[in-house]
Design a protein around this ligand. Structure first.
Ligand code: C2E
Ligand code: CA
Ligand code: CA
Length: 822
């Protein structure tokens, strides 16, 4: 056996050792050295034979020990070298790994989206990664402050508590706090903290990882609020799957379906909310639209658990799920039943007349447009009947608006009853109605319908216990031309109605092309009359009456005359009603009043010292109801120097019946001034004299039509005779003088004289003439009516020149002849 260094190693024999080996003679050097130290040379050992065995055994033992020690020493030698190498290598390795590790850690923390902080127990920052500085808006290491300084006050205590707990148990904590960044807003930070207990001189410290969760918190806040909203809103909110299965209902929706509020809605379906039509709408439009655009808006009919139907505004929102098959929808619905009703009411209001409930002009025109289209398509006829109530204003003014309204309601009813069920009856103005008749087979039926309406209005209306007579004037227009529009048809019917009124009311007129020119003429005439009044181009004709008792000329009636440029004389019967309708009558009346009074003052100045002349001026019903009449007359009297007692006002009987209250008031004031009042056209207003007693009258003018039948001759009428007779006798009993109008022949005059009539007026006696002509007639210079029995004596001194210079110019134009119309 050879040792590592070449030394021969002898294996020790087991037991007492091998004698032959000992016999080699050489002892182990260590034994030799020890023997020598004891003064014994191995070769000169006394009694060597006795010891040899023992010595050999010791030597062998040494040799054996050598072997083990060598091995041990070798082993130790090897391991320490290797250990040193290994250690060296290990040392090198761990250092670079640590460095790498540190670098890696460094890179990670430097770029970490998470803020990483190490704090000491005072909360001061020992380490902060860039993100932490970033979040704080400052370099945290450079400050001596505790990090708590920037934590929201309300969050400090909970944070400190968690840190304390963590420190105590070297544990972790999670907490979300608000942190004030430098010059910045509050940020929400989620902290994850870990406390590390220190060892030896290592202090305790705290690692904190912080994430900015501001956006999330805000989002949560929003969604929290949103959830609260969903739970408390009065809207129905239901979330459902594409197949319609519900998986969330807010309380309102739950109540709507009759599902317990906290219960599980699955098992119910969104369709249960809806009526049949709305189900199809949801499927075919709402869900499709929401998928395409995100949201869909519309209206649907919901049916609640009690079976009640609700008009709802509906928003459907599509939510695209993260997972396939995770798509779902929200339905948000608001009850708009009331809104709808209000809307409906508004539409109703906008298209209907509030009083009668009939369609108004807006709706009528709309229907008329549709009707015209339909008529054109079907080549059928339609008619527009324009109805205006005659004398409605009278009832309204005299009996009050309440009565007027009631009358209109009744008139509407009567119209409805008179026409076909399918016809539209509309109210398009105060007392104006329109009937639209569609699909009229035979156009000749239309006037019959119109006539039925006129006739229906001949019956009185009972309003507030009284009978009110309101007739109807009807204008008819049919779709004659293909160019007709709703507006033009309505206008044509209006023109025809106007024509009906013009022709005497309570009648019908069918529109024809002539009416178009008629209406334009009318408009032209109105403009011309206005101008004539403004320019004072009207003049006055005078017609005297004869006192049948004294045989003298008496009251002279002033009659308005208009010589229209390029048209000639227009009869008062045409321009007076026009002036009344257009409101011109006020100015016209004042003009005539001023001219007549100027003339009157002129005549009476000439007749001073003798019996004065009286002039009668006609006052229209319109003037009588308007305020300012009394002032106007007193002003004119003062201005012209005419006296009230010389003036007679002629008021038609109809004006008294139509609107008695203000008329009575005006007449009383005028009468108090000394002006005499005459009832004109008596007998045409169907009122008795007893009724007229409430007005302060002086004279009654019996209408021409009753005078016509007096005396023998072709027009003789015993009824007229009786009427005139009784009027005269009754008037006399009441203290009125009686004037007979329209005396055209001697027989009538004789009859009137016989009946005891006071005054007579008529062509038989004198025509209305300009003032200067009248003067010649009356002074006897000219007698236009020879052969009058008991030829009247002239009004001496009426003519100028007889009594000096008159106080103003006579206004009669220098033309001769009879200017009276009719
Ligand atoms: P009225 O007040 O009844 O006037 C009498 C009308 O009878 C006058 O017609 C006169 O010319 C006419 N007349 C006189 N004698 C006879 C006769 O023997 N036979 C016939 N057939 N007629 C006779 P005129 O001038 O055409 O006036 C018509 C109406 O116009 C008047 O009727 C009156 O209501 C109105 N009128 C005339 N001037 C004025 C006025 O200044 N103001 C107002 N408000 N109305 C006036
Ligand atoms: Ca008159
Ligand atoms: Ca008259």
């Amino acid at each position: 056996m050879t040792g590592g260094d070449g030394t021969e190693v002898t294996t020790m024999p087991d037991g007492a050792g091998a004698p032959e080996e000992a016999g080699d003679g050489a002892f182990h050097p260590l034994l030799v050295r020890q023997l020598t130290r004891h003064g014994l040379h191995p070769d000169a050992i006394p009694d060597k034979g006795a010891w040899i065995h023992l010595l050999e055994r010791v030597s062998t033992a040494y040799r054996d020990a050598d072997e083990s020690r060598y091995l041990l020493e070798r082993a130790m030698e090897i391991s320490s070298v290797e250990m040193a190498n290994l250690y060296e290598r290990l040392r090198e390795a761990s250092e670079s790994r640590l460095r790498r590790e540190r670098d890696r850690l460094r890179t990670v923390t430097d770029h970490s989206p998470v803020a990483i902080l190490e704090l000491d127990t005072d909360g001061r920052v020992q380490y902060a990664n860039p993100r932490a500085d970033d979040l704080a808006g400052r370099s945290l290491l450079d400050t001596d402050r505790s990090l708590l300084f920037w934590v929201h006050r309300d969050d400090r205590r909970p944070l400190l508590k968690r840190i304390g707990q963590a420190m105590e148990h070297s544990g972790d904590f999670d907490l979300t706090i608000r942190f004030r960044a430098a010059d910045g807003p509050l940020r929400w930070l989620r902290l994850h903290g870990r406390a590390l207990a220190g060892s030896g001189d290592q202090p305790d410290n705290l690692f904190i990882a912080a994430t900015d969760v501001t956006t999330e918190v805000e989002a949560w806040e929003v969604s929290d609020r949103f959830n609260a909203l969903l739970e408390t809103t009065s809207d129905v909110v239901a979330v459902f799957q594409p197949d319609g299965a519900l998986f969330h209902l807010n309380p309102v929706a739950a109540e709507f379906l009759g599902v317990p509020a906290e219960g599980d809605p699955s098992g119910h379906r969104i369709e249960e909310f809806l009526d049949e039509r709305s189900r199809a709408l949801l499927r075919d439009q709402a869900m499709v639209g929401a998928r395409r655009d995100g949201t869909w808006r519309g209206e649907a009919t919901f049916v609640d658990t009690h079976g009640r139907r609700h008009a709802m505004s509906l928003v459907v929102v599509a939510h695209v799920g993260r997972e396939p098959g995770g798509d779902h929808y929200s339905a948000i619905a608001r009850d708009i039943t009331e809104l709808k009703a209000a809307e409906q009411a508004l539409v109703e209001q906008a298209t209907h007349d509030g009083l009668t409930g009939l369609p108004n002009r807006v709706l009528l025109l709309d229907r008329l447009r549709h009707a015209l289209e339909g008529a054109r398509r079907r080549d059928s006829g339609l008619a527009v009947l324009y109805i205006d109530l005659d004398r409605f204003k009278v009832v309204n003014d005299s009996q009050g608006h309440v009565a007027g309204d009631r009358l209109l309601v009744k008139a509407a009813q009567r119209l409805r009853e008179t026409v076909r069920a399918g016809d539209t009856v509309a109210r398009i103005g105060g007392d104006e109605f329109v009937v639209l008749c569609e699909d009229i087979g035979d156009p000749s039926q239309v006037p019959a319908t119109a006539r039925r309406i006129v006739e229906a209005f001949l019956r009185p209306f009972e309003v507030s216990g009284e009978d009110a007579f309101v007739t109807a004037s009807v204008g008819v227009a049919t779709n004659l031309s293909a160019h007709d529009t709703a507006e033009s048809l309505l206008r044509d019917a209006d023109v025809a109605m106007y024509r009906a009124k013009d022709a005497g009311r309570s009648r019908l007129e069918v529109f024809d092309e002539d009416m178009r020119s008629w209406i334009t003429e009318r408009y032209d005439m109105e403009a011309a009359l206005r101008q004539a009044v403004d320019n004072e181009e009207l003049w006055v004709a005078y017609q005297p009456s004869l006192d049948l008792v004294t045989g003298e000329w008496s009251i002279v009636e002033a009659l308005a005359r208009w010589d229209r440029a390029e048209h000639g004389a227009v009869p008062p019967g045409r321009f007076i009603p026009l002036a009344e309708e257009t409101g011109l009558i006020g100015a016209l009346g004042e003009l005539i009043m001023r001219k007549a009074c100027t003339q009157l003052a002129h005549w009476n100045w000439a007749r001073r010292g003798r019996e004065p002349v009286s002039v009668a001026v006609n006052v229209s019903g319109r003037q009588l109801t308007q305020p300012g009449l009394v002032e106007m007359i007193t002003d004119v009297l003062e201005e012209t120097n005419a006296q009230a007692s010389w003036l007679v006002l002629e008021v038609t009987e109809s004006a008294l019946v139509e609107d008695p209250a203000p008329v009575r008031e005006h007449l009383r004031e005028l009468s108090a001034l000394g002006i005499r009042i005459a009832i004109d056209d008596f007998g045409t207003g169907y009122s008795g004299l007893s009724y007229l007693q409430q007005f302060p009258f002086d004279l009654v003018k019996v209408d021409r039509r009753f005078v016509d039948g007096l005396g023998p001759g072709p027009d003789s009428d015993p009824t007229d005779h009786a009427i005139v007779e009784s009027v005269i006798s009754l008037a006399h009993q009441l203290g009125y003088d009686v004037v007979a109008e329209g005396v055209e022949n001697a027989a009538q005059l004789a009859a009137l004289t016989e009946l005891g009539c006071d005054l007579a007026q008529g062509f038989h006696l004198a025509h209305p003439v300009p003032a200067d002509e009248l003067e010649r007639t009356l002074s006897g210079e000219a007698d236009p009516r020879p052969g009058i029995p008991g030829s009247p004596r002239g009004l001496d001194g009426l003519a100028p020149g007889d009594g000096g210079v008159p106080p103003g110019d006579s206004d009669a134009p220098g033309h001769d002849g009879e200017a009276a119309g009719s």
